[in-house]
Design a protein around this ligand. Structure first.
Ligand code: ZN
Length: 355
């Protein structure tokens, strides 16, 4: 009897050992980094930098001082906007100014005239059917003189493209998400009332996929921007770096990280909610006052020889450089997904449901 138990234990240990070897080998295979890609930037600049600003909760009086500072220090970044008023204010991230507000519209047009990029965060905070999306996209064009080049999915909008379970290329992650995910999205599903994949394909060049905690996107993934064959409605994907709120922004753009960014000749596209309040000082009487750490980081960046341009301009430039290859291999695709999950695990569940 004792022998049988001992044999069973030995067998279980052997199986566990074999499974660990297989799991470790599989992980090592997927995580093996691709060949690095080094690029040179216009005018001998040492690195490229931009911000992709998610427009959630934006109020004109809160973001204007932030954009005044960006302009003052020579930055031209990317600001997403909503065109139509929200149809679901029960979900708090849907709050914020839209192009329907005359003063905010004038502010956005002024930013564009100053060289900032105006991009799309879906046509509104809240789900939109195809009919509304067409109305919103045309109104974007009528207001700004062009269709959006860049789009960022928003929270639980059902019209998000390749979001939720559809975001993952690696089947086990899709199964896992299907098991735990509560929301479904249909922007790329031609049978869905929220379908607009063909419009994305026709008008929009870049869509944000994942966000990481590194400071250099080329170190995360040297294929930038990239196309995914299993997600044909998106022309090119790009990842971003987590600089949300003054705490993360400050940490991401620390002197050590900026030294690394410059040394590596990197690309830094920061994902931030500039209008959500995290960049303003926590004072109810003066909630438009800027957190001094934000200005300190802008000053530190501006003192360096960086290329400060909108995200789409940087991505267009990268696509034209020697050695750029837009197609990702399946192994590289899965690697990015594992790295994203690992990042999320380390920083905790992300804000506004960016899963
Ligand atoms: Zn959002």
């Amino acid at each position: 009897m004792a022998m049988t138990t001992s044999h069973k234990l030995q067998k279980a240990l052997r199986i566990a050992f074999c499974l660990a070897i297989v799991a470790g080998g599989t992980l090592a295979y997927f995580l093996y980094p691709p060949e690095p890609w080094s690029v040179t930037f216009p005018g001998g600049k040492k690195f490229a930098f931009s911000i992709v600003d998610d427009t959630d909760l934006t109020k004109l009086e809160r973001v204007k001082p932030l954009y005044d500072l960006l302009y003052q220090y020579g930055f031209r970044t990317t600001k997403t906007v909503w065109v139509l008023a929200s149809n679901d204010l029960s979900h708090s991230p849907n709050h914020g100014d839209t192009l329907k507000d005359p003063a905010y519209r004038a502010f956005v047009l002024d930013l564009q005239n100053k060289g900032f990029e105006i991009a799309l965060h879906g046509v509104r905070g809240g789900s939109s059917t195809r009919e509304d999306i067409i109305e919103g996209i045309e109104e974007f064009k009528n207001t700004l003189g062009h269709y959006p080049t860049l789009h960022v999915n928003h929270s639980y909008n059902k019209d998000n493209v390749y979001w939720g379970v559809h975001r993952w290329s690696f089947a086990p992650f899709r199964w896992l998400y299907g098991w735990i995910g509560e929301y479904d999205f249909g922007g790329e599903d031609s049978t869905s009332p929220y379908f607009w994949g063909d419009i994305v394909k026709q008008h929009i060049r870049y869509v944000n996929q994942f966000t990481y905690s590194d400071v250099n996107l080329l170190a995360v993934n040297p294929v930038l921007p990239y196309h995914l064959p299993d997600k044909p409605y998106v022309n090119y994907w790009f990842p971003t770096l987590d600089g949300d709120g003054a705490d993360h922004f400050n940490k991401l753009l620390s002197e050590d990280n900026l030294n690394r960014l410059e040394k590596e000749g990197g690309v830094c596209l920061v994902y931030a909610h500039l209008g959500a309040g995290g960049f303003n000082v926590d004072d109810k009487r003066h909630d438009d006052a800027v957190d001094p750490r934000f200005e300190a980081r802008l000053k530190a960046l501006a003192s360096r020889n960086g290329w400060f341009a909108p995200a789409s301009e940087i991505l267009d430039y990268l696509r034209a450089q020697p050695g750029w290859r837009g197609e990702m291999t399946f192994r590289e695709t899965v690697r990015l997904e594992i790295l994203f999950l690992w990042n999320r695990f380390l920083v905790g569940l992300s804000r506004e449901g960016r899963w």
